[in-house]
Design a protein around this ligand. Structure first.
Ligand SMILES: Nc1ncnc2c1ncn2[C@@H]1O[C@H](COP(=O)(O)OP(=O)(O)O)[C@@H](O)[C@H]1O
Ligand SMILES: CC(=O)OP(=O)(O)O
Ligand SMILES: [Mg+2]
Length: 405
């Protein structure tokens, strides 16, 4: 039995790496940071040691080009080492990796060996913005510390409980089977963590609570969770389906793709890039950051107002749809960058849904806080909650449970 109780979590996104070092003996955060704008001239690292000699000194920032994820991870390792928290530490029990796509095979946290890594690599076509960065994270961590267990925690895992008739697309069954075409769902560690935290906030057992979770970050997804079990989610084969996102379209008529190809002469790659990188809020108004959209909309900018209205309309549709899926809803919970911070989005999404039992307390909704909280009045049949997500803590918890089992 090992006494090592620390877990380093790497959450690699398409152009960023978020990381945390946690001590699972008491769930304490020992260091945290972020590298963003990887691949650009203006890359930025923010590192905060929360223990050891560097603690108390606040955040350290480094600016300057970081070419790719491998370079970013080396910089992260060096920052941690500078505080005596490097990968060579004997107190490390594991590295936990967020892996976005786990396909049909990975529905549980998994210790990574060569074969598992090859399988994660083979899923790159289903998550081209995410899985390559996840693979790089695993390779770099292994190269720095070969003896340490590396654990993959999959975004798709929490959604693997969706019933077959929810997960299947209504297309030819043999074709779907041959190409593994079905709805997988993403942001699962966040939906799992936030749905549990919502039950705790309501003071009720998870088994008794039905929650609609709205994870609104750069990528955005909704899920319907019945008694702690996911029964429906808005993302599908890839993280493109569903809500309007920062740069992704979410739902559209698939014939848009044929039309662009036949009439517009677009290649498949060009359409992929259009829908994943140049759509959503960015496509509608030229800005993908909700802060900027809100600022411009507040100044009367028409395209920003349109983008906001389209974003909120899609949210409302999913709240309505998932109310029908669940039958009884106890809470609607907002999380991630937009959900936790943009009170205007929460207000507009819930507006007009009194018949579904939803109402907001405007004063509570306007309060800025990093704590889980209710923003609905006591009389509301359905609670509206804001719960900060913590994918890193959830990944560390799952990874640590696996390696100490
Ligand atoms: N104060 C704020 N008001 C509105 N939106 C915000 C605020 N802070 C962050 N955001 C939004 O949150 C998004 C990032 O969310 P986050 O959950 O960190 O995303 P990801 O993990 O996908 O990178 C930003 O693009 C921005 O639009
Ligand atoms: C799966 C997904 O969309 O992740 P992110 O929001 O980090 O881009
Ligand atoms: Mg995220």
């Amino acid at each position: 039995m090992t006494t090592a109780s620390r877990v380093l979590v790497l959450n690699s996104g398409s152009s960023s790496v978020k990381y945390q070092l946690l001590d699972m003996a008491d769930s304490a955060r020992l260091a945290a940071g972020l590298v963003e704008r990887i691949g650009e001239e203006t890359s930025r690292l923010v590192h905060e040691p929360l223990t050891g000699p560097g603690a108390g000194g606040g955040k350290r920032e480094r600016l300057g080009a970081i070419a790719d994820h491998a370079a970013a991870l080396r910089v992260v390792a060096a920052e941690l080492a500078a505080d005596g928290l490097g990968l060579d530490s004997p107190e490390l029990a594991a590295v936990g990796h967020r892996v976005v796509h786990g396909g049909t095979r990975f529905t549980q946290p998994t210790v990574i060996d060569d074969e598992v890594l090859a399988e994660i690599r083979s899923l790159i076509p289903l998550a081209p913005l995410h899985n390559p960065a996840n693979v790089t994270g695993i390779e770099v961590a292994r190269s720095l510390r070969a003896d340490l267990p590396q654990v993959a925690v999959f975004d798709t895992a929490f959604h693997s409980t969706m019933p077959e008739h929810v997960a299947r697309y209504a297309i030819d069954a043999a074709t779907a089977e041959k190409y593994a075409i079905r709805r997988y769902g993403f942001h699962g560690t966040s939906h799992a963590y936030v749905s549990r935290a919502t039950a705790a906030l309501l003071g009720r057992p998870v088994e008794d609570v039905n929650v609609i979770v709205l994870h609104l970050g750069n990528g955005a997804s909704a899920s319907a969770v019945r008694g702690g079990v996911c029964v429906e989610t808005s993302m599908g084969l890839t993280p493109l389906e569903g809500l309007v996102m920062g740069t992704r379209s979410g739902d559209l008529d698939p014939a848009v793709v044929f039309h662009l190809a036949r009439v517009g002469g677009f290649s498949v790659d060009e359409i992929d890039s259009l829908l994943n990188k140049k759509s959503g809020l960015l496509g509608l108004c030229g800005d993908n950051d909700m802060r900027e959209v809100l600022r411009r909309a507040g100044e009367g900018d028409e395209s920003a107002r349109l983008a906001f209205a389209a974003y909120v309309h899609r949210l409302k549709k999913y709240i309505g749809a998932y109310s029908a899926v669940l039958g009884r809803v106890d809470a609607v919970t907002f999380t991630a960058g937009v959900g936790e911070n943009a009170h205007q989005v929460r207000e507009a999404a819930v507006d007009g849904l009194a018949e579904l039992g939803l109402a907001l307390d405007p004063e509570a909704n306007a309060v800025r806080s990093s704590q889980p909280r209710l923003v609905s009045p006591d009389y509301a049949r359905v609670a509206v909650a804001v719960v900060p997500t913590d994918e890193e803590l959830e990944i560390a918890t799952q990874a640590y449970a696996l390696v100490t089992r």
